[in-house]
Design a protein around this ligand. Structure first.
Ligand SMILES: Nc1nc2c(ncn2[C@@H]2O[C@H](COP(=O)(O)OP(=O)(O)OP(=O)(O)O)[C@@H](O)[C@H]2O)c(=O)[nH]1
Ligand SMILES: [Mg+2]
Length: 293
């Protein structure tokens, strides 16, 4: 898919896919960046490349940065580990977490504590007082930034939800005497680039539903699953591979009972595919392929 096609996916009606509040968030992060010691950059382990916001590099400068890969319970570990290695080879510290089952969250606290000690030692050397480490939690919508903060604090302190745009404002949250986090609304970048990035973002619900052409996204999901996870899709919907996409959609419609007036109700088919992927019923998948980068 070329850039033009990529953008077309988001140009349904007149809805702007890069809403004003994202520009505002970026501005507000910029204003606060001098207060920040460490960046937790949150990405979705199923799309570790597509969900990494390139604009963040400019926003955060050269502050210490940790990539947190969330939703590892839903990812294809073999594929996502290739990306972990890739980022590590580019000098990032990378931590993979499963926030539903609370896995590896303590590793983030440990790393922050080490960084915090370092920073405070330097402050004390300069005759300044030690202070709480301030950490910016940043990333695209719906990757789990607020869920991560709730896990780090150990209770619900901020709202979460499986749709983009739940967090609306920047908010400081104190984890303990040594650590304070800044939760931020998800931000995307104004111009889409790279093949399939827009569709990957849409597949993993990083973009509001009304902004996208649901048929294109659902068909992309079906094709990607046939390519890499054929057994998952075939067994979920009791279908076999067919190069004719309409036959495939009809087969899925039949299986899920999406039939109206003897015809397939395609909208229901599309919605079911998106929902099944989101809820993990189509298996553990990673859509960004390291080999295709
Ligand atoms: N399966 C699974 N779901 C997760 C994980 N982390 C977060 N989620 C879910 O992802 C959805 C989005 O989580 P949020 O914490 O609201 O995401 P956010 O990045 O704060 O989103 P915005 O505020 O909209 O930018 C919620 O339904 C979470 O339960 C994870 O590790 N595994
Ligand atoms: Mg949030």
């Amino acid at each position: 898919m070329n850039n033009q096609d990529n953008e077309k996916v988001f140009q349904k009606s007149n809805i702007n896919w890069y809403p004003g509040h994202m520009a505002r968030t970026k501005r507000e992060i910029k204003e606060k960046i001098d207060l920040i010691d460490v960046i937790l950059e949150v990405v979705d382990a199923r799309i570790p490349y597509s969900s990494k916001n390139k604009d963040i590099d400019v926003l955060v400068g050269n502050k210490p940065r940790i990539i947190v890969m969330t939703k590892v319970d839903l990812c294809d570990m073999d594929e996502s580990l290739k990306w972990k290695l890739y980022y590590e080879n580019n000098n990032y510290k990378v931590i993979m977490v499963d926030l539903i089952n609370d896995k590896n969250v303590n590793e983030i606290i440990d790393v922050c504590n080490i960084l915090g000690k370092d920073i405070n030692n330097k402050r004390i050397e300069k005759g300044m007082k030690a202070r709480r480490l301030r950490v910016l939690v940043v990333g695209i919508p719906n990757v789990g930034k607020s869920t991560l903060i709730n896990r780090l604090v150990g209770k619900k302190v901020t709202n979460v939800g499986n749709k983009p745009g739940v967090t609306k404002n920047l908010e400081w949250i104190r984890v303990n005497e040594n650590l304070e986090l800044l939760d931020t609304p998800g931000i995307l970048w104004p111009k889409l680039d790279g093949k399939n990035i827009a569709l990957n973002l849409a597949s993993m619900t990083a973009i509001k539903e009304e902004v996208l052409n649901i048929d294109e996204v659902a068909i992309y999901i079906v094709n990607t699953l046939f390519k890499y996870y054929s057994t998952n899709i075939c067994s979920r919907y009791n279908i076999t591979y067919d190069e004719d996409i309409v036959s495939v959609l009809d087969g899925i419609g039949k299986r899920i009972g999406a039939i109206r007036n003897n015809e397939t109700d395609y909208d229901r088919v599309y919605n079911t595919i998106l929902k099944d992927l989101r809820d993990g019923y189509l298996g553990k998948v990673t859509f960004d392929r390291y080999e295709d980068r």
